[in-house]
Design a binder for this molecule. Structure first.
Ligand SMILES: NC(=O)c1ccc[n+]([C@@H]2O[C@H](COP(=O)([O-])OP(=O)(O)OC[C@H]3O[C@@H](n4cnc5c(N)ncnc54)[C@H](O)[C@@H]3O)[C@@H](O)[C@H]2O)c1
Length: 309
């Protein structure tokens, strides 16, 4: 049986790190694609040359030609411009929409059965572009953001309480951006909600740090944005799909009435398996959470409206 094949479009920080994680886990053969000549080839060769030391047999190479990506099981889209300090995710909208449309059209053409994992920002809006450009059903167009946002929340919970990250669990809903909705009453340490472990003002501070998690890293780096944790998030989704793990992970999906939203990509918990999004995992929200979720969905709606103009 042949190994699975994953194409990662964009050989920049997030793309190359995602490719490295997939290859080094021996999860799939990886094709790294970029518009810059030599960049994906160079990084692909470098990754391949690490294989004897790291010990895996996955094939990794880079290309500027989509013909090399044909028959991919998963296509991870990271191509685009990264946020610079002071630049909002939304500033990236028009530029990245053009890039995502072009790369998804080319990739979908040669891998018509692939599952798309979109990473490029502004995430939720780019998912709309990817779905339209590919013509794929909603099960096969999935945005990576919630996994990263909840990883950040878990990190801050573990730091605050001095516990292992492994024993933390975090729930984050909504669009990827300033309107994301961390659900603290479902965020736990060994099953105990953090709302029972921390005073309300500390819970609020952790929620706010999570919502600003991307900007915090951008401000420190000064050039470029976070990529280790985003690549780890994309990897977790790839693994859940290729190993048909039925993981329950927060992902951006096209909602069709779930959570009271219709026709928009918003982050919600889903069951991820071999078919992609196998189920939207609906939960009851309090009135306050529902309001925050709707506000988040409205922010996505505005971006999609800008794209339509
Ligand atoms: N969803 C998330 O949670 C999340 C997290 C981090 C980064 N991001 C986003 O991911 C994207 C990539 O971030 P990065 O840090 O890797 O940026 P980067 O600048 O390091 O890499 C982007 C790569 O895309 C390539 N590219 C540009 N246009 C292309 C095209 N038409 N075809 C193929 N490749 C093309 C560039 O040459 C570059 O190598 C950004 O939009 C960033 O905002 C999203």
């Amino acid at each position: 049986m042949a190994r699975n094949k994953v194409t990662v479009i964009g050989a920049g920080n997030v793309g190359a790190t995602t490719a490295q994680r997939i290859a080094e886990a021996g999860l799939a053969d990886v094709v790294l694609v970029d518009i810059v000549e030599g960049l994906p080839q160079g990084k692909g060769l470098d990754l391949a040359e690490a294989a004897p030391v790291v010990v895996h047999d996955a094939r990794v190479f880079g290309s500027n030609d989509y013909a090399d990506t044909a028959g991919s099981d998963i296509v991870v889209v990271t191509s685009g411009l990264a946020r610079q300090p002071g630049m909002s995710r939304d500033d990236l909208l028009t530029k990245n929409a053009g890039i995502v449309r072009s790369v998804v059209e080319q990739a979908a053409n040669v891998s018509p059965d692939a599952i798309l994992i979109v990473v490029t920002n502004p995430l939720d809006a780019m998912c709309h572009v990817a779905m339209e450009a590919s013509g794929f059903p909603r099960e096969r167009v999935i945005g990576m953001a919630g996994v990263l946002d909840s990883a950040r929340f878990r990190t801050f919970i573990a730091m605050e309480l001095g516990v292992s990250v492994e024993d933390t669990h975090a729930f984050v809903l909504g669009g990827h951006g300033d309107t994301m909705v961390p659900l603290s009453r479902y965020s736990t340490v060994a099953g105990v909600p953090i709302t029972e472990l921390l005073p309300a003002e500390r819970v609020k501070a952790l929620e706010e740090r999570t919502a600003n998690g991307g900007a915090e890293v951008v401000a420190l780096l000064k050039t470029g944005s976070a990529f280790y944790a985003p690549a780890a998030g994309a990897f977790e989704m790839v693994e859940a799909i290729l190993l048909d793990r039925k993981r329950v992970l927060p992902c951006a999906v096209m909602l069709r009435g779930e959570f009271g939203v219709d026709g928009l990509f918003v982050g919600v918990p889903v069951v991820l398996g071999a078919a992609g999004v196998e189920r939207v995992f609906e939960i009851e929200l309090t009135a306050e959470e529902q309001t925050a979720f709707r506000k988040s969905a409205d922010a996505v709606r505005e971006l999609v409206a800008v794209l339509a103009r």
